[in-house]
Design a protein around this ligand. Sequence first.
Ligand code: ADE
Ligand code: ZN
Length: 324
Amino acid sequence: MKQFIAALPKVELHLHIEGTLEPELMFALAERNGIKLPYADVAALRAAYDFHNLQSFLDLYYQGAAVLQTEQDFFDLTWAYLSRCQAQHVVHTELFFDPQTHLSRGIEMGTVIRGISRALDQAQTQWGISSCLILCFLRHLSQEDALATLEAALPYLDKIQGVGLDSSELGNPPSKFSEVFARASALGLKAVAHAGEEGPASYIWEALDQLKVCRIDHGVRSVDDPRLIARLAEEQIPLTVCPLSNTRLKVFDKMADHNLLQLLDQDVCVTVNSDDPAYFGGYLQENFEALARDLKASREQLRQLALNGVQASWLPVSRKKTLI
Ligand code: ADE
Ligand code: ZN
């Protein structure tokens, strides 16, 4: 089964680049930038990755991102992730970055985007791995902050294909951001949003109807609303589901409880993704393997999930055809 999964051409649609910061690289960048981490060593840091919900993870994730300071740091981070893509036969990736996490520390937008983009361009040239870049707004901050962030990204719009919405979901509904998503749409950007990870199915409706997103990130709480499931299936609105993330953040107690195959059975366009692989114990290969092992997903189901990833991507139709 491992070989079968490894041989599948895979596409990743839900990946936070800051969530690929492995403890070893975090320590190396801390040293390079003269930052003292509040952990004795890599083992102590890994031991702290024991989360009980989304917020307990986000607190560590934002703290870790503070070691990223220079363009070279963002390049090294992205290059390390793309090397994993190359090793795991991930042929296309649409990745998120969280500029507000960096702008608030005095890092410039250009530093972040240039570092990430240089690595993306090099992976395309060297390995043929294609990519899109999605600027995420942090939903625990205000819409005004999101608007200012979009404004700061205007000189780099040629390097960004879409906007997203992430961070603490409960109490921060998509409707809070309708204006900034309308502005992004007017600029020609595509839109996605995290919804229905910890939050209710009503947040998924809001993301679709008020933010006009073309995919829902996570969306596993959609099973609570049969009318929503019917709409997702009818309109083939993709869900970018992240199995290892959902179990690590206790959205499901254990992998065997995950509803991914239930969603697939209901004709929802479910895709498999790794979210924050450095924190959740695996990249795309390991997420697929977990489905085979713990949900007893068949080869046919795994192939369908990989194909859904291709279909749900922003690749041109001509390239999709070569991957299907
Ligand atoms: N930021 C990084 N990972 C996230 C997740 N799983 N949910 C919301 N915000 C995030
Ligand atoms: Zn996410």
